[in-house]
Write a protein that binds this ligand. Sequence first.
Ligand SMILES: *Cc1c(COP(=O)(O)O)cnc(C)c1O
Length: 358
Amino acid sequence: MKAATAHIDIDALRHNFSILKSYAPDSKALAVVKANGYGHGLLEVARTVNDLCDGFAVARIEEALALRSGGIVKRVLLLEGFFSPSDLPILVINNIETVVHTPTQLEALEQAELERPVSVWLKIDTGMHRLGIRPEEVADFVARLEACDNVQKPVRFITHFGCADELDSDVTARQIEAFNTLTAPYEGEHSLAASPGILLWPDSHQDWIRPGVSMYGVSPLAEKTGADFNLKPVMTLTSSLIAVRTVKQGEAVGYGANWVSERDTKIGVIAIGYGDGYPRMAPNGTPVYINGRIVPLSGRVSMDMLTVDLGPDAADQVGDEAVLWGEPLPSEIVAQHIGTIAYELVTKLTARVNMHYR
Ligand SMILES: *Cc1c(COP(=O)(O)O)cnc(C)c1O
C-alpha cells in the first residue's frame, strides 16, 4: 500500500511542450524549471524536455548549478539575475546567463574582473512594477552594458506581465507596446511571454517564450484547466485509503470537530496531509477522487491524514487508491476550492512524497 506519491507523466510533459511550441512556432523556448521543476523534479523535467527546448530558466544560482552538474549543457538563464558580485565568476565558469534588473547588478558587472563576458538580459519594468528598470532608465543601462567588457553583445531584453491571465484587461497590450517601443532602437533579442502570454497574447511571443506552469499541464488561468488548452496534467498525486470507518449522524470528525456528519455514513481516512504538502487550509467539500467518483473532504486536514465522506453505501476498501489532484481531477479545480492557484499546490509537495516517473 503506497502513501503519498506524485506520479509524473513524462509523455504528458513532452506533449505539453510540443503544444506550447505550436502556439508560438517561430519562437525559441526557455523551459522554466525553477522551484524543483514546479515540484516535478528539476533534473527529471530538464532531461525530459532537453531535446525539445532551446534552454532553461531558473530563479536561483543553485538551481542553475544543479542543472549543470546534472549534465545539462543548453543555455540556462537566472530570471532574477545574480544576487551577489561573488556569483559572477561562477556564472562565467558554468556558462550561466543572467538578468540585470537593478543598478547594483550593473555596477557589479562594471567592477568585476572576469575571464569571459557574461550573457545579459536587461529586464524592463513595463508595468508590473515588481522587478526591472524603469522605461526612462533603459537608454542609460543599455549604453553602460554595451560599454562594459564583462557583458556579451548584443544585450537581450526581457519583461514580465502582471495581468496576462486577464483577457479583458488592456494592461498586457500596453505592456507589449511599451516594451516594443523601448527596445526598438536595439538589436538584441526579446522575451516577454510566460504561460499566459504564450496561450493568450500572440504579440508577446517574439524571440523567446518562457513556459512554466503550462508545461506541467496546468492552466495559468485560474478559472480554466489545462485541458481547455489541450494540455495534459503531468503530476497526479495519489495516496491510499488506510481506514474506512462508520460515523453516526451528529458525530464530528477530526481536529476541532469542524465537520459534523448529517447522516450515518462511512468516512475514509487517506494517508496524506499537510506534512506531504496537501494544504491544511483546504475546506470541507474540497474534491477527492476515489474509485470512479468525487467525494468531499470532511474534517480538517491533519499532518499525515485527511478524511473524506465516502457515503453510507460505500464499498471502498482499505488499500484503495485516492487521487488528490491530477488525472482525472485537475489541480486547478482543487485549487479553486482551496482559494489558491494550482502553481502553489504542485510546487509545495514535501520531500516525504514519493516521486514516481512513468
Ligand atoms: C516563473 C516565471 C516564468 C514562468 O511563468 P509561468 O506562468 O509558470 O509560465 C516566466 N518568466 C518569469 C520571469 C518567471 O518568474
